[in-house]
Write a protein that binds this ligand. Structure first.
Ligand SMILES: [Zn+2]
Length: 458
Protein backbone atom coordinates (compact mmCIF):
# COMPACT_ATOMS: atom_id res chain seq x y z
CA UNK A 1 0.00 0.00 0.00
CA UNK A 2 2.67 2.41 1.09
CA UNK A 3 4.48 2.09 -2.24
CA UNK A 4 1.22 2.82 -4.10
CA UNK A 5 0.65 6.03 -2.13
CA UNK A 6 4.26 7.08 -2.53
CA UNK A 7 4.15 6.56 -6.25
CA UNK A 8 0.94 8.60 -6.48
CA UNK A 9 2.47 11.52 -4.55
CA UNK A 10 5.70 11.36 -6.58
CA UNK A 11 3.78 11.60 -9.82
CA UNK A 12 1.55 14.44 -8.58
CA UNK A 13 4.19 16.66 -6.96
CA UNK A 14 3.56 19.65 -9.19
CA UNK A 15 -0.18 19.59 -8.56
CA UNK A 16 0.27 19.26 -4.80
CA UNK A 17 2.68 22.19 -4.65
CA UNK A 18 0.58 24.39 -6.97
CA UNK A 19 -2.65 23.74 -5.05
CA UNK A 20 -0.92 24.44 -1.73
CA UNK A 21 0.32 27.74 -3.13
CA UNK A 22 -3.23 28.62 -4.21
CA UNK A 23 -4.73 28.15 -0.75
CA UNK A 24 -1.83 30.04 0.82
CA UNK A 25 -2.63 33.03 -1.39
CA UNK A 26 -6.09 33.40 0.18
CA UNK A 27 -5.51 35.76 3.19
CA UNK A 28 -7.83 33.89 5.55
CA UNK A 29 -7.45 36.06 8.64
CA UNK A 30 -10.55 36.55 10.77
CA UNK A 31 -12.11 39.74 9.36
CA UNK A 32 -15.09 41.14 11.31
CA UNK A 33 -15.69 43.90 8.69
CA UNK A 34 -16.69 41.38 6.02
CA UNK A 35 -18.81 39.04 8.14
CA UNK A 36 -22.02 38.10 6.37
CA UNK A 37 -24.28 35.28 5.25
CA UNK A 38 -22.13 32.16 4.84
CA UNK A 39 -19.08 34.05 6.08
CA UNK A 40 -19.26 34.10 9.89
CA UNK A 41 -15.54 34.92 10.20
CA UNK A 42 -15.37 37.26 7.20
CA UNK A 43 -14.98 36.78 3.47
CA UNK A 44 -11.37 35.55 3.25
CA UNK A 45 -12.02 32.62 5.62
CA UNK A 46 -15.21 31.75 3.72
CA UNK A 47 -13.27 31.91 0.44
CA UNK A 48 -10.60 29.54 1.78
CA UNK A 49 -13.26 27.04 2.78
CA UNK A 50 -15.19 27.28 -0.50
CA UNK A 51 -11.99 27.01 -2.51
CA UNK A 52 -10.90 23.90 -0.61
CA UNK A 53 -14.29 22.20 -0.84
CA UNK A 54 -14.44 22.93 -4.59
CA UNK A 55 -11.01 21.36 -4.98
CA UNK A 56 -12.09 18.26 -3.04
CA UNK A 57 -15.25 17.97 -5.14
CA UNK A 58 -13.15 18.20 -8.31
CA UNK A 59 -10.94 15.43 -6.88
CA UNK A 60 -14.01 13.20 -6.57
CA UNK A 61 -15.06 13.63 -2.95
CA UNK A 62 -18.54 14.33 -1.52
CA UNK A 63 -18.48 17.79 0.07
CA UNK A 64 -20.64 19.86 2.37
CA UNK A 65 -20.27 23.45 3.63
CA UNK A 66 -21.82 24.25 7.01
CA UNK A 67 -22.58 27.94 6.69
CA UNK A 68 -18.95 28.94 6.29
CA UNK A 69 -18.10 27.82 9.83
CA UNK A 70 -16.62 24.50 8.73
CA UNK A 71 -17.00 21.97 5.96
CA UNK A 72 -16.04 18.46 5.03
CA UNK A 73 -15.10 16.26 2.11
CA UNK A 74 -15.75 12.56 2.28
CA UNK A 75 -15.10 9.37 0.34
CA UNK A 76 -15.24 5.65 0.93
CA UNK A 77 -18.31 3.45 1.45
CA UNK A 78 -21.26 5.79 2.02
CA UNK A 79 -23.09 3.24 4.14
CA UNK A 80 -20.13 2.45 6.42
CA UNK A 81 -21.25 3.15 9.99
CA UNK A 82 -17.81 4.23 11.13
CA UNK A 83 -15.74 7.18 9.99
CA UNK A 84 -12.10 8.24 10.12
CA UNK A 85 -11.27 11.93 10.00
CA UNK A 86 -8.54 14.46 9.51
CA UNK A 87 -9.31 17.86 11.08
CA UNK A 88 -7.38 20.87 9.81
CA UNK A 89 -7.90 24.61 10.01
CA UNK A 90 -7.88 27.03 7.09
CA UNK A 91 -7.82 30.29 9.07
CA UNK A 92 -4.55 31.97 9.96
CA UNK A 93 -3.35 34.48 12.54
CA UNK A 94 -2.82 38.09 11.41
CA UNK A 95 0.35 38.78 9.44
CA UNK A 96 2.09 40.99 12.01
CA UNK A 97 5.27 42.87 11.22
CA UNK A 98 8.85 42.16 10.17
CA UNK A 99 8.14 40.03 7.11
CA UNK A 100 10.79 39.96 4.41
CA UNK A 101 8.56 37.87 2.10
CA UNK A 102 5.10 38.60 0.74
CA UNK A 103 2.89 37.09 3.51
CA UNK A 104 0.32 35.78 1.04
CA UNK A 105 2.62 35.38 -1.93
CA UNK A 106 3.44 31.69 -1.38
CA UNK A 107 6.89 32.29 -2.85
CA UNK A 108 9.20 29.34 -3.16
CA UNK A 109 12.84 29.74 -2.25
CA UNK A 110 14.90 26.57 -2.32
CA UNK A 111 12.92 23.97 -0.41
CA UNK A 112 10.81 26.55 1.44
CA UNK A 113 7.31 27.73 0.74
CA UNK A 114 6.77 31.11 2.47
CA UNK A 115 3.35 32.32 3.63
CA UNK A 116 1.25 33.01 6.70
CA UNK A 117 -0.39 29.63 7.32
CA UNK A 118 2.30 27.62 5.49
CA UNK A 119 3.03 25.50 8.55
CA UNK A 120 -0.01 26.43 10.67
CA UNK A 121 -2.05 24.89 9.29
CA UNK A 122 -2.71 25.00 5.54
CA UNK A 123 0.46 23.20 4.45
CA UNK A 124 -0.11 20.19 6.74
CA UNK A 125 -3.86 20.23 5.99
CA UNK A 126 -3.22 20.12 2.24
CA UNK A 127 -0.65 17.34 2.73
CA UNK A 128 -3.47 15.35 4.34
CA UNK A 129 -5.91 16.39 1.60
CA UNK A 130 -3.63 15.03 -1.13
CA UNK A 131 -2.77 12.01 1.00
CA UNK A 132 -6.50 11.32 1.05
CA UNK A 133 -6.65 11.72 -2.72
CA UNK A 134 -3.84 9.15 -3.06
CA UNK A 135 -5.94 6.71 -1.02
CA UNK A 136 -9.04 7.48 -3.10
CA UNK A 137 -7.19 6.97 -6.40
CA UNK A 138 -5.60 3.72 -5.21
CA UNK A 139 -9.05 2.13 -5.32
CA UNK A 140 -8.09 0.04 -2.29
CA UNK A 141 -11.06 -1.15 -0.19
CA UNK A 142 -11.96 0.87 2.91
CA UNK A 143 -13.92 -0.40 5.90
CA UNK A 144 -14.60 3.08 7.27
CA UNK A 145 -15.53 6.29 5.48
CA UNK A 146 -12.77 8.89 5.29
CA UNK A 147 -13.64 12.50 6.07
CA UNK A 148 -11.57 15.66 5.81
CA UNK A 149 -12.97 18.30 8.16
CA UNK A 150 -11.94 21.91 7.60
CA UNK A 151 -12.53 24.61 10.21
CA UNK A 152 -12.24 28.39 9.87
CA UNK A 153 -12.01 29.71 13.44
CA UNK A 154 -9.20 27.80 15.14
CA UNK A 155 -7.08 30.88 15.75
CA UNK A 156 -9.91 32.87 17.34
CA UNK A 157 -13.03 31.65 19.06
CA UNK A 158 -13.38 27.99 17.98
CA UNK A 159 -16.95 28.66 16.84
CA UNK A 160 -16.16 26.51 13.78
CA UNK A 161 -16.05 23.20 15.62
CA UNK A 162 -18.82 24.16 18.02
CA UNK A 163 -21.03 24.84 15.00
CA UNK A 164 -19.97 21.68 13.19
CA UNK A 165 -20.57 19.27 16.07
CA UNK A 166 -23.29 21.02 18.10
CA UNK A 167 -25.34 23.10 15.68
CA UNK A 168 -24.90 21.06 12.49
CA UNK A 169 -24.94 17.89 14.63
CA UNK A 170 -22.23 16.13 12.65
CA UNK A 171 -21.15 12.83 14.19
CA UNK A 172 -17.86 12.58 16.04
CA UNK A 173 -15.34 10.57 14.03
CA UNK A 174 -14.49 7.16 15.42
CA UNK A 175 -10.79 7.71 14.82
CA UNK A 176 -9.14 11.00 13.94
CA UNK A 177 -6.03 13.13 13.82
CA UNK A 178 -5.24 16.80 13.39
CA UNK A 179 -2.00 17.78 11.64
CA UNK A 180 -1.62 20.92 13.76
CA UNK A 181 1.25 20.26 16.16
CA UNK A 182 4.18 17.86 15.82
CA UNK A 183 5.36 14.30 15.36
CA UNK A 184 5.37 11.61 16.61
CA UNK A 185 1.98 12.58 18.09
CA UNK A 186 0.36 14.25 21.11
CA UNK A 187 -1.82 11.84 23.05
CA UNK A 188 -2.73 14.18 25.90
CA UNK A 189 -3.76 17.83 26.09
CA UNK A 190 -4.57 19.57 29.35
CA UNK A 191 -8.11 20.63 30.10
CA UNK A 192 -8.63 24.36 30.45
CA UNK A 193 -11.08 26.86 31.75
CA UNK A 194 -11.36 30.61 31.94
CA UNK A 195 -13.27 31.98 34.87
CA UNK A 196 -14.09 35.56 35.81
CA UNK A 197 -15.14 36.38 39.36
CA UNK A 198 -16.02 39.63 41.13
CA UNK A 199 -16.13 40.84 44.72
CA UNK A 200 -16.80 44.20 46.39
CA UNK A 201 -13.67 45.61 48.03
CA UNK A 202 -15.34 47.94 50.55
CA UNK A 203 -13.83 51.27 51.63
CA UNK A 204 -10.56 51.70 49.78
CA UNK A 205 -7.87 54.13 48.74
CA UNK A 206 -8.04 52.48 45.32
CA UNK A 207 -10.34 54.25 42.87
CA UNK A 208 -9.42 52.14 39.84
CA UNK A 209 -7.06 49.28 39.13
CA UNK A 210 -6.45 47.80 35.72
CA UNK A 211 -4.11 45.14 34.42
CA UNK A 212 -4.03 42.67 31.53
CA UNK A 213 -5.69 42.36 28.15
CA UNK A 214 -6.22 38.65 27.57
CA UNK A 215 -6.89 35.72 29.89
CA UNK A 216 -4.10 33.65 28.33
CA UNK A 217 -1.29 36.19 28.74
CA UNK A 218 0.57 37.11 31.93
CA UNK A 219 -0.09 40.87 32.33
CA UNK A 220 3.11 42.87 32.00
CA UNK A 221 1.59 46.18 33.09
CA UNK A 222 -0.71 47.28 35.88
CA UNK A 223 -2.01 50.69 36.81
CA UNK A 224 -3.82 51.97 39.87
CA UNK A 225 -5.33 55.34 40.77
CA UNK A 226 -5.47 56.16 44.47
CA UNK A 227 -7.68 58.85 45.92
CA UNK A 228 -7.17 59.97 49.50
CA UNK A 229 -5.69 62.45 51.95
CA UNK A 230 -2.75 64.36 50.41
CA UNK A 231 -0.26 63.56 53.17
CA UNK A 232 -1.03 59.86 52.95
CA UNK A 233 -0.62 59.87 49.17
CA UNK A 234 2.60 61.86 49.48
CA UNK A 235 4.04 59.18 51.75
CA UNK A 236 3.03 56.40 49.30
CA UNK A 237 4.50 58.31 46.37
CA UNK A 238 7.78 58.87 48.18
CA UNK A 239 8.15 55.19 49.08
CA UNK A 240 7.35 53.85 45.63
CA UNK A 241 9.45 56.38 43.75
CA UNK A 242 12.51 54.69 45.23
CA UNK A 243 11.65 51.42 43.48
CA UNK A 244 12.66 51.13 39.84
CA UNK A 245 9.79 49.05 38.53
CA UNK A 246 7.10 51.50 39.62
CA UNK A 247 6.22 54.82 38.05
CA UNK A 248 4.30 57.37 40.10
CA UNK A 249 2.56 60.49 38.86
CA UNK A 250 0.55 63.01 40.88
CA UNK A 251 -2.91 63.69 39.54
CA UNK A 252 -3.82 66.80 41.49
CA UNK A 253 -3.54 67.00 45.28
CA UNK A 254 -5.86 64.12 46.13
CA UNK A 255 -5.02 61.53 43.49
CA UNK A 256 -2.01 59.44 42.64
CA UNK A 257 -1.41 57.21 39.63
CA UNK A 258 0.97 54.27 40.00
CA UNK A 259 2.17 52.07 37.19
CA UNK A 260 3.95 48.75 37.64
CA UNK A 261 5.92 46.71 35.13
CA UNK A 262 5.90 42.91 35.08
CA UNK A 263 6.98 40.40 32.46
CA UNK A 264 4.68 38.91 29.81
CA UNK A 265 4.47 35.19 29.21
CA UNK A 266 2.01 32.79 27.64
CA UNK A 267 -0.83 31.83 29.95
CA UNK A 268 0.22 28.16 29.74
CA UNK A 269 3.48 28.99 31.53
CA UNK A 270 2.65 31.77 34.00
CA UNK A 271 5.65 30.87 36.15
CA UNK A 272 7.89 32.21 33.36
CA UNK A 273 6.37 35.69 33.65
CA UNK A 274 5.88 38.28 36.37
CA UNK A 275 2.25 39.20 36.96
CA UNK A 276 2.22 43.00 37.14
CA UNK A 277 -1.17 43.05 38.90
CA UNK A 278 0.11 40.73 41.62
CA UNK A 279 3.29 42.73 42.01
CA UNK A 280 1.44 46.03 42.27
CA UNK A 281 -1.06 44.68 44.79
CA UNK A 282 1.81 43.33 46.88
CA UNK A 283 3.51 46.73 46.97
CA UNK A 284 0.24 48.49 47.84
CA UNK A 285 -0.52 46.05 50.64
CA UNK A 286 2.83 46.92 52.26
CA UNK A 287 1.76 50.57 52.27
CA UNK A 288 -1.88 50.26 53.26
CA UNK A 289 -2.96 46.76 54.31
CA UNK A 290 -6.46 46.52 52.88
CA UNK A 291 -7.41 42.81 53.08
CA UNK A 292 -8.54 42.50 49.44
CA UNK A 293 -5.02 43.37 48.27
CA UNK A 294 -3.47 40.40 50.05
CA UNK A 295 -6.30 38.20 48.79
CA UNK A 296 -5.57 39.35 45.23
CA UNK A 297 -1.89 38.47 45.69
CA UNK A 298 -2.67 35.00 47.05
CA UNK A 299 -5.26 34.19 44.41
CA UNK A 300 -2.72 34.90 41.66
CA UNK A 301 -0.59 31.87 42.58
CA UNK A 302 0.68 30.20 39.38
CA UNK A 303 0.07 26.69 40.73
CA UNK A 304 -3.64 27.27 41.36
CA UNK A 305 -3.26 27.07 45.15
CA UNK A 306 -4.88 30.51 45.34
CA UNK A 307 -8.18 28.97 44.25
CA UNK A 308 -7.69 25.62 45.94
CA UNK A 309 -6.87 23.48 42.92
CA UNK A 310 -3.09 22.97 42.88
CA UNK A 311 -1.99 19.51 41.77
CA UNK A 312 -0.51 17.44 38.96
CA UNK A 313 -0.61 14.11 37.21
CA UNK A 314 2.05 11.84 35.76
CA UNK A 315 0.98 12.44 32.17
CA UNK A 316 0.81 16.22 31.72
CA UNK A 317 2.44 17.53 34.90
CA UNK A 318 1.27 20.37 37.13
CA UNK A 319 -1.83 22.49 36.84
CA UNK A 320 -1.11 26.09 35.87
CA UNK A 321 -3.17 29.13 36.73
CA UNK A 322 -2.76 32.54 35.11
CA UNK A 323 -4.63 35.59 36.29
CA UNK A 324 -4.72 37.43 32.99
CA UNK A 325 -7.04 40.35 33.74
CA UNK A 326 -7.55 42.27 36.99
CA UNK A 327 -9.71 45.38 37.39
CA UNK A 328 -11.24 47.46 40.13
CA UNK A 329 -14.09 49.68 39.07
CA UNK A 330 -16.83 51.24 41.20
CA UNK A 331 -15.67 49.37 44.28
CA UNK A 332 -15.71 45.94 42.64
CA UNK A 333 -12.66 43.76 42.08
CA UNK A 334 -12.78 41.49 39.03
CA UNK A 335 -10.24 38.74 38.29
CA UNK A 336 -10.02 36.48 35.24
CA UNK A 337 -8.32 33.13 35.78
CA UNK A 338 -7.03 30.97 32.92
CA UNK A 339 -6.41 27.47 34.22
CA UNK A 340 -4.88 24.45 32.47
CA UNK A 341 -5.40 21.28 34.43
CA UNK A 342 -3.91 17.78 34.14
CA UNK A 343 -5.32 15.66 31.31
CA UNK A 344 -6.39 12.77 33.53
CA UNK A 345 -8.48 14.97 35.86
CA UNK A 346 -12.23 15.31 35.60
CA UNK A 347 -14.48 18.35 35.69
CA UNK A 348 -14.72 18.43 39.49
CA UNK A 349 -11.74 20.80 39.38
CA UNK A 350 -14.17 23.44 38.07
CA UNK A 351 -16.47 23.02 41.03
CA UNK A 352 -13.58 23.21 43.48
CA UNK A 353 -12.30 26.45 41.93
CA UNK A 354 -15.77 28.00 42.00
CA UNK A 355 -16.40 26.90 45.57
CA UNK A 356 -13.09 28.37 46.73
CA UNK A 357 -14.28 31.74 45.45
CA UNK A 358 -18.02 31.73 46.14
CA UNK A 359 -17.51 30.61 49.75
CA UNK A 360 -15.51 33.81 50.20
CA UNK A 361 -18.08 36.22 48.82
CA UNK A 362 -17.12 36.14 45.13
CA UNK A 363 -19.60 35.99 42.28
CA UNK A 364 -18.70 33.96 39.19
CA UNK A 365 -19.63 36.06 36.15
CA UNK A 366 -18.16 34.04 33.29
CA UNK A 367 -16.94 30.50 32.76
CA UNK A 368 -15.67 28.73 29.62
CA UNK A 369 -14.44 25.17 29.80
CA UNK A 370 -12.63 22.87 27.40
CA UNK A 371 -12.36 19.25 28.45
CA UNK A 372 -8.94 17.62 28.39
CA UNK A 373 -7.80 14.99 25.92
CA UNK A 374 -6.21 11.77 27.01
CA UNK A 375 -5.82 8.71 24.79
CA UNK A 376 -3.97 5.82 26.46
CA UNK A 377 -0.87 4.87 24.51
CA UNK A 378 -2.11 1.37 23.81
CA UNK A 379 -5.44 2.60 22.41
CA UNK A 380 -6.40 3.66 18.89
CA UNK A 381 -5.67 5.91 17.10
CA UNK A 382 -2.34 6.17 18.96
CA UNK A 383 -1.28 2.61 18.15
CA UNK A 384 -1.81 2.86 14.41
CA UNK A 385 -0.52 6.40 13.98
CA UNK A 386 2.63 5.71 15.96
CA UNK A 387 3.29 2.61 13.89
CA UNK A 388 2.80 4.55 10.63
CA UNK A 389 5.12 7.32 11.83
CA UNK A 390 7.81 4.85 12.87
CA UNK A 391 7.51 2.91 9.61
CA UNK A 392 7.96 6.07 7.57
CA UNK A 393 10.73 7.70 9.60
CA UNK A 394 12.55 5.03 11.59
CA UNK A 395 12.34 7.49 14.50
CA UNK A 396 11.41 5.75 17.76
CA UNK A 397 10.75 8.95 19.80
CA UNK A 398 8.05 8.68 22.44
CA UNK A 399 4.62 10.27 21.99
CA UNK A 400 4.19 13.69 23.59
CA UNK A 401 1.75 15.73 25.66
CA UNK A 402 0.93 19.44 25.61
CA UNK A 403 -0.60 22.24 27.67
CA UNK A 404 -2.08 23.87 24.58
CA UNK A 405 -5.09 22.80 22.66
CA UNK A 406 -5.82 21.46 19.18
CA UNK A 407 -8.91 20.27 17.31
CA UNK A 408 -8.19 16.82 18.79
CA UNK A 409 -9.91 17.91 22.02
CA UNK A 410 -13.17 18.35 20.08
CA UNK A 411 -13.24 14.65 19.22
CA UNK A 412 -11.79 13.35 22.52
CA UNK A 413 -10.89 10.62 23.18
CA UNK A 414 -10.98 9.49 19.54
CA UNK A 415 -8.31 11.77 18.08
CA UNK A 416 -4.80 13.08 18.61
CA UNK A 417 -2.55 15.76 17.13
CA UNK A 418 -0.27 14.10 14.57
CA UNK A 419 2.41 16.22 12.84
CA UNK A 420 3.52 18.07 10.97
CA UNK A 421 6.38 19.61 12.95
CA UNK A 422 9.53 17.66 13.74
CA UNK A 423 12.31 18.05 16.26
CA UNK A 424 14.82 20.58 14.96
CA UNK A 425 12.33 22.51 12.83
CA UNK A 426 12.69 26.31 13.00
CA UNK A 427 10.00 28.00 15.16
CA UNK A 428 7.82 29.62 12.51
CA UNK A 429 4.16 29.42 13.54
CA UNK A 430 2.61 32.84 14.25
CA UNK A 431 5.96 34.48 13.38
CA UNK A 432 7.21 36.60 10.49
CA UNK A 433 8.35 34.70 7.38
CA UNK A 434 6.36 31.60 8.29
CA UNK A 435 7.39 28.75 5.99
CA UNK A 436 6.89 25.08 5.29
CA UNK A 437 9.34 22.72 3.64
CA UNK A 438 8.26 21.27 0.29
CA UNK A 439 10.09 18.06 1.14
CA UNK A 440 7.97 17.86 4.31
CA UNK A 441 4.79 18.66 2.41
CA UNK A 442 5.33 15.72 0.05
CA UNK A 443 6.62 13.44 2.78
CA UNK A 444 3.53 14.21 4.88
CA UNK A 445 1.20 13.56 1.93
CA UNK A 446 2.64 10.02 1.73
CA UNK A 447 2.57 9.50 5.48
CA UNK A 448 -0.96 10.86 5.90
CA UNK A 449 -2.18 8.70 3.00
CA UNK A 450 -0.88 5.65 4.80
CA UNK A 451 -2.29 6.88 8.12
CA UNK A 452 -5.80 7.48 6.72
CA UNK A 453 -5.75 4.13 4.93
CA UNK A 454 -4.56 2.22 8.01
CA UNK A 455 -7.06 3.97 10.29
CA UNK A 456 -9.86 3.25 7.83
CA UNK A 457 -9.06 -0.44 8.02
CA UNK A 458 -7.63 -1.04 11.52
ZN1 LIG B 1 -2.86 25.73 14.11
Amino acid sequence: MRATFEAWVDSHQDQIIAETQKILRIPSVNEPESVGEGAPFGKPCADALEHTLALCAALGMRTENFGGYAGHAEFGPEDAPEMVAMLGHLDVVPVGSEWTKEPFGAEIEGDWLFARGASDDKGPTYAALFGAKAVLDSGLPLTRRVRLIFGCDEESGWECMRHYFEVAQQPKPDLAFTPDAGFPLYYAEKGSFTLTATKPIGESLVATFSSGLRPNMVPDEAEVVLIGAPDRLAYIAKTLKRKRTFKVTDEGDKALRIWAKGKASHGASPQKGINAAQKLAEALFDLFPEPWLSELVERCACDGSGIGIAGKDEITGPLTCNVGIVTVLDGTLSMTFNVRYPATWDESVLERAQASLTSDGWTITELHHTAPLYVPQDAEPVRTLLKVYRDHTGDRSKPLTMGGRTYATTVAPNGVAFGAGMKGDPEVAHRPDEKFSITRLLFCAKLYADALYQLANC
